[in-house]
Design a protein around this ligand. Structure first.
Ligand code: SAH
Ligand code: SF4
Length: 424
């Protein structure tokens, strides 16, 4: 979602006559689009803003703008801590950025603009990083109340984008040469519930998949709580819906899941996993996991490891619990030491990495369609792309393949990617 917002910010600035530079010292305007989902992201932001002080001292005219989730959370405190920051804008204020810039220049005063309600993003008003693939936000905000999570506070209540609008956007993108889209939201499965013309997520997928010329449809994130069999059915029945489901489970312990307010049990979760594996055997499943939630004990952690072993995820995004001010979990007693949490975390990473490696090895010797995304920065002869199941494949090839679907024969496996050769 942040990447998608950054594409929107870039579009607005280019319309105002700015262009992108890689040399920070030469910038007229510096925008940091922030994350605050974990404390580490916030700390990093403070480091970055601190580093900008020297740049501002050398060039008083450079405009420093801080946007996104941390801005939404910290508001004018950012200017209080760093008076040389010119503009703070929240997650719902992105369309206003050009106005805020003018206001800052004409008034000579710092500006902080934070709205509470979501905006309806115009998917076409973005400067996309890729010509052939695009993110499409379909649902903004989140109505859940997971006790550890700051997202609902900084992203607001759920707002779905009208399905007709999404279809028109996708058609327009396809006419511009896009062959892969990713439908994004904090909880895509609750898409469409509050629309004037209600439309379920699987109905939306059905409509989008009918758009001619669209080769791949991805979506994320799915919440186990709202996951329905209809998603499995639609993936099975439509060739251009990719066989990859990102299904965060967070913890394998029922008592921790309850404290997290996740509204499903380990049995519910494993039930979904087994069903996906049974119905779509070549579907890849990825997940998010939190280690060290307040009150988590060794036995809870072992249940998390157990779910990881039973699910055999292709990839898991693992996090050490990070208390976020204002969330319910931040007030819970937390008596496990950070050292223990870190040890458990390392243990989990080790188990998952082994599984990823073993699962990746199963692809060796077969050929797959890969959407070629980029040329390697380290070696211009190496291309990198993704298989339908979202696994990255690096292989030797020429740059004319970028943006195209190529058949690749898999020759090797690493923990996080595969290697291969093009088939001519
Ligand atoms: N809406 C998605 C998740 C969005 S946040 C969902 O419900 O699955 C992305 C991931 O960050 C979460 O899945 C969770 O694993 C992690 N996360 C969120 N808050 C966290 C916190 N306070 N500490 C550690 N990890 C956190
Ligand atoms: Fe956060 Fe839970 Fe909403 Fe995901 S579903 S964004 S974890 S509150």
């Amino acid at each position: 979602m942040n990447e998608s917002d950054s594409e929107r910010i870039l579009y607005l600035l280019e319309k105002e006559g700015y262009s992108r530079t890689n040399v920070i010292e030469k910038s007229d305007i510096i925008v940091i689009n922030t994350c605050t989902v974990r404390e580490k992201a916030k700390n990093k932001l403070y480091g970055h803003i601190g580093n900008l002080k020297k740049i501002k001292e050398k060039n008083r005219d450079v405009l420093i703008c801080i946007g996104g989730c941390a801005a939404q959370d910290l508001k004018e405190n950012i200017i209080g801590d760093f008076p040389y920051v010119d503009i703070v804008f929240g997650t719902h204020n992105i369309p206003e950025l050009p106005e805020l810039i003018n206001k800052r220049i004409s008034s000579g005063k710092n500006v902080c603009s934070i709205k509470k309600n979501g905006f309806d993003p115009d998917v076409l008003k973005v400067k996309r990083n890729y010509k052939f693939k695009a993110f499409i936000p379909i649902i903004m905000g989140c109505n859940n109340n997971c006790s550890y999570c700051i997202v609902p506070r900084v992203r607001g209540k759920e707002i779905s984008i009208e399905s007709g609008k999404i279809i028109n956007y996708v058609k327009e993108l396809v006419s511009q040469g896009v062959i892969e889209i990713t439908l994004i939201g904090q909880n895509v499965n609750s898409y469409g519930k509050n629309l004037d013309n209600p439309c379920s997520f699987s109905e939306l997928l059905d409509m989008v998949s009918g758009i001619k010329g669209l080769k791949r449809i991805r979506f994320m994130t799915s919440n186990p709580m709202d996951f329905s069999k209809s998603i499995i059915d639609i993936i099975k029945s439509k060739k251009n819906i990719t066989k990859h489901i990102h299904l965060p489970f967070q913890s394998g312990s029922n008592s921790i899941l309850k404290k997290m307010r996740r509204k499903y049990t380990r049995e519910d979760y494993l039930g979904i996993i087994y069903e996906i594996k049974r119905e779509i055997p070549d579907c890849s499943i990825t997940t998010d996991v939190i280690v060290g939630f307040p009150g988590e004990e060794k036995k809870d952690f072992l249940e998390t490891i157990d779910v990881v072993k039973k699910s055999r995820f292709i990839r898991a995004f693992t996090f050490i619990y990070s208390p976020r001010k204002g969330t319910l979990a931040a007030k819970m007693d937390d008596y496990i030491s950070y050292t223990d949490k870190k040890r458990w975390f390392n243990e989990l990473v080790e188990v998952q990495n082994r599984i990823s490696y073993e699962e990746n090895n199963k692809f060796i010797g077969n050929k797959y369609k890969v959407l070629v995304e980029v040329i390697s920065r380290k070696n211009p002869e190496i291309l990198s792309g993704r298989m339908e199941n979202n696994i990255i494949v690096n292989f030797k090839g020429t740059k004319n393949l970028v943006g195209k679907l190529a058949y690749v024969y898999i020759t090797g496996a690493r923990t996080f990617y595969l290697t291969g050769e093009t088939i001519t």
